[in-house]
Structure formats: structure tokens, C-alpha cells
Design a protein around this ligand. Structure first.
Ligand SMILES: Cc1ncc(COP(=O)(O)O)c(C=O)c1O
Length: 394
């Protein structure tokens, strides 16, 4: 097709689909009640980009802007705060669905948990969310980052209260390091990816992301025909996919998962479609730091293999173009500050619409002037220096 874009599609004709009640509207409403109990909760905006859509040859574009979530510049805290809360609720003999922020910050619960340590590995946003959540509830946190992580992201995690450091390992091996230290020291691992028998916490994290999906669903004035979702380990993409699949059933929007070319584990797994997950090793260099993950979350693949339609691996420059177009959209559309991972899906779809060499892709995805496309800007400028450098370029 084009060495900068690869696509694998799944037909789902003979797939027996599993129930989605863990991510349906009912569950999402309960999760949102939990998030609403935080004093800093505010619904993030859904921006309509009608002029930009018209210029690209699309019917309409909506961007859910998570840069404003809890003042932390990314959606990830939705998952971390729900998982940390669920651990604390369980220790207090309660169910997270019947527990709120006020109960978790009560002197009684805080006192019981003051020596607890949560540990995680992160490209930046997830670790910041876990550190912030641990501090809210009077607990400690340790955060490891992969080699090459940006100093600003490390500093923000430290400011959120964590003992944070950059390792000389890639993302997936940093996850293994955090897991090892959790097991050796009795820390609680709050990882946003499922592996072996580690599924309960990642599932809580995915449920946490349902708040974002539910808000978007309620804010949308029309049904989206397409949803584009960026994937690192795939937990966010799977939670949103499961939510919208549960809302729309067989009439769900066309769901496309996008990843950097260098970290294309979902593309490889979908292409092989042999019941196994296909991983990527090495440094996975990409500007989309939040998506530089080589091993799919097993829970995420279980959902995406049943409900996502297309898997695209694409090049960094399209993500950078996406950042620029969101910063300087057409006509009266509201400018959006989107980081490299945040703008990735939007940038991928933008180039698919604009590049004459990608007409075949447009056909496969059924993208045209009647399409109503939903994106999630999952982060603001979390690496300010790189953001400013990219935005300055034409
Ligand atoms: C900004 C941003 N967007 C998207 C993702 C992808 O989320 P997931 O790892 O659940 O696929 C991440 C992951 O860190 C991220 O930081």
C-alpha cells in the first residue's frame, strides 16, 4: 500500500462475541459516579471540528479533549484513580462501586493505608495518574520509566509525589521490573496492562477509562460512523471499543486502532490472526511515546479481536501533522493543544484523507463526505519542548 501505512482488517464473521457488561453504560455510569465524587472532577469538552472535516472531505469530526482531565494533561488518571480506589476499597471491606472519594480520604481509611506503596511502569501519563491518586489517598508511589523518557514527564511524576526514575530498559521490560519489585517488597502493582494472571487491576483501569467514553457518548449530538483510537498496550482503545460496542451492538461505528510503525504489535497480531499475540522488541523509537509498547494487553486484545475492524501502523510525521492541524484548525473550529500520542489517531486519519496515494485505504475504511468521525485527544503538550518545536514547523 505505502511504506508509511500498513493495515490489517478483521471481518468478525465467525467470531462468537462475548458480553460487554464490564464496560457498558450501566458500569460506566457507576465509574463516573466515583470520578464525580472527586472535587476536581469536571467533564472534559467534546469539540466539533466541522470546518476541518469539510476540508478533509468528511461529514463531521468530534474530538474529546482529555488534555483538561483533573489538571493532569491526559486521560490516564481516570484508570489509575479507579484502580487505586478499588484496592483501597477492598482493603476497607467495601465495593468500589459503592465507595467515593470522601470515604477514601476519611482519617480512618487514610491511617490504615499510610504505609501502602503503589508501584508502576509508565511512558509518563499513567505514572503521573497513579502518583497523583496515591497522594490523594495518603499513600506512597514508585514509578519507573523506560529509557529515553523525557525529563519534563519525569519531573511531573515526581511533583505528583512519586519516587520516580528512568531505567535503561524499554517499556515492556520496565513493566517486568516494576512487577518484580512489587513481588519482592509487598508493593501494590498498578499496571495498565494485563499479563499471565494479572488481570483484576488492568480491568479496573480499563473500567476507569469508561468515564471518558460515557461523557463522549452523552455529548455527541449525532451517532459517529467511525471511531479512531490510538493504542499503546491497547487498554484505552479496548475500553472505548467495548463501551461503544455495547451501546450500538451490531450497528457500532467502524472502529480503527492505530499505532506507530515501530510499535505495531496490534497490527502484527491482527494480520497474523492466528490466536496468538505478536510482540515487538527493542527500543521502538517514535515521537508517540505513550504508544511505544511492544506487548499487547491480553484483556485488550480479547476485546479488540472481537469488536475492532481495522488496525493501522503509521509513521511519526502524520502524528506531527495532526498536532499542527489541531493547533491551527480550519475556519472557526476551536484550536486544540494535543501531544504526540494525543494527536496520533487524528493525524493518521488526516493523512489518509489527504494523501492521493491512500485512496485504497479510504475505500477500505469507508471514509467519505458522510462520515462522522470521533477522536480522543488523550494528552495535551506533555513534552513542551518537542510540542513547540513541532508546532513551529509548517
Ligand atoms: C497520551 C496517551 N494516549 C494513548 C495511550 C495509549 O493507551 P494504552 O496504553 O492503554 O493503549 C497512552 C498510553 O500511555 C497515552 O499516554
Amino acid at each position: 500500500m505505502n511504506e508509511k501505512f500498513r493495515i490489517a482488517s478483521l471481518l468478525h464473521t465467525d467470531v462468537k462475541q462475548t458480553a460487554l457488561h464490564d464496560y457498558d453504560v450501566n458500569t460506566a455510569q457507576k465509574v463516573r459516579n466515583y470520578h464525580r465524587s472527586f472535587p476536581m472532577y469536571k467533564q472534559t469538552p467534546l469539540c466539533c471540528m466541522q470546518n476541518t472535516a469539510a476540508d478533509l472531505g468528511l461529514g463531521n469530526i468530534y474530538v474529546k479533549n482529555e488534555a483538561e482531565r483533573f489538571g493532569l494533561n491526559a486521560f490516564k488518571v481516570l484508570g489509575g484513580s479507579f484502580a487505586v480506589g478499588s484496592i483501597l476499597a477492598e482493603r476497607a471491606g467495601k465495593n468500589i462501586f459503592d465507595t467515593d472519594y470522601t470515604q477514601l480520604i476519611s482519617a480512618e481509611i487514610k491511617n490504615k493505608n499510610k504505609d501502602l506503596t503503589f508501584i508502576t511502569a509508565t511512558d509518563g501519563n499513567h505514572g503521573r495518574g497513579v502518583a497523583w491518586s496515591a497522594r490523594q489517598f495518603g499513600c506512597k508511589s514508585i514509578v519507573y520509566m523506560p529509557k529515553g523518557s523525557v525529563a519534563e514527564r519525569l519531573e511531573n511524576i515526581k511533583k505528583a509525589g512519586a519516587d520516580a526514575s528512568i531505567t535503561d530498559l524499554n517499556y515492556d521490560n520496565t513493566v517486568r521490573l516494576a512487577t518484580k519489585h512489587a513481588n519482592e517488597n509487598g508493593f501494590f502493582l498498578v499496571q495498565d496492562t494485563a499479563f499471565d494472571n494479572y488481570v483484576e487491576i488492568p480491568q479496573r483501569i480499563m473500567q476507569g477509562y469508561c468515564t471518558m467514553a460515557l461523557e463522549a457518548h452523552e455529548q455527541l449530538p449525532e451517532k459517529p460512523t467511525h471511531i479512531f483510537l490510538q493504542a499503546g498496550v491497547g487498554s484505552m482503545a479496548a475500553a472505548v471499543t467495548a463501551f461503544f460496542a455495547s451501546v450500538y451492538g451490531e450497528n457500532r461505528p467502524v472502529i480503527t486502532i492505530v499505532e506507530p510503525l515501530t510499535a505495531d504489535c496490534f497490527y502484527r497480531t491482527a494480520k497474523a490472526n492466528d490466536g496468538k499475540m505478536h510482540c515487538v522488541d527493542g527500543d521502538m523509537k517514535t515521537i508517540m511515546a505513550g504508544l511505544a509498547c511492544g506487548e499487547p494487553c491480553s484483556l485488550a486484545w480479547d476485546i479488540l479481536s472481537q469488536y475492532a475492524d481495522h488496525f493501522i501502523a503509521f509513521h511519526d510525521e502524520a502524528a506531527a501533522d495532526g498536532m499542527r492541524l489541531l493547533a491551527r484548525p480550519y475556519g472557526q473550529d476551536t484550536p486544540i493543544v494535543a501531544g504526540e500520542s494525543g494527536a496520533s489517531a487524528f493525524g493518521c486519519a488526516t493523512e489518509i484523507m489527504r494523501n492521493p496515494e491512500l485512496s485504497e485505504l479510504r475505500k477500505i475504511l469507508q471514509l467519505n463526505e458522510n462520515s462522522v468521525v470521533l477522536f480522543f485527544n488523550t494528552e495535551g503538550a506533555t513534552d513542551t519542548e518537542n510540542y513547540n518545536k513541532i508546532i513551529k514547523e509548517l
